[in-house]
Design a protein around this ligand. Structure first.
Ligand code: FE2
Length: 161
């Protein structure tokens, strides 16, 4: 068996073989997907709350787009968790309360961006270890979209300071 061999989406050959080859097993993947789901849900709720309290239209627009994105990845992660036969976590990451405790909108955006960078690091370490092709593709897309959004928020922070 070689690493490049195509795998079927759900019933991939033998989990023991996968783990032996350095791929993440089902439990590890589920734990990581749920952790990401809780983080994205926290991000979505922070962005929604920040949109409501925003005075600057550019900032509000940025937060609306962050919220739409976080909601999109929540849906993808929930779908992938269900596809693996598990129930998606209903929790919201601790990040939510920490972010809302920051009153200054730009400081909160900077904090949100650090959260997004955490997601990027998490995805960078997880994605290469995911053998399942459909999940791998979704995680890669999530990673790319986070990189784009981090740059966009950083540009906003740059322009406002
Ligand atoms: Fe995110």
């Amino acid at each position: 068996m070689t690493v490049n061999e195509p795998s079927s989406p759900v019933c991939y050959a033998s989990e023991a073989d996968d783990i032996y080859m350095g791929f993440a097993g089902r439990e590890e993947i589920l734990a990581a997907l749920n952790e990401l789901l809780e983080a994205e849900r926290a991000g979505a709720r922070v962005a929604l709350a920040s949109t409501k309290s925003a005075n600057d239209p550019d900032y509000a627009e940025l937060m609306r787009s962050v919220r739409a994105d976080e909601a999109r990845w929540c849906a993808m992660l929930s779908r992938q968790i269900r596809r693996l036969g598990a129930a998606p976590s209903r929790k919201t990451g601790a990040f939510y309360k920490k972010a809302l405790a920051i009153p200054d909108p730009l400081e909160r955006l900077a904090f949100l961006n650090r959260g997004q960078a955490w997601v990027v690091r998490k995805l960078e370490s997880l994605t290469p270890r995911v053998r399942d092709e459909a999940l791998h593709a979704d995680l890669r897309e999530m990673l790319e979209s986070h990189r784009v959004n981090i740059d966009r928020a950083a540009a906003h922070l740059e322009a406002e300071h």
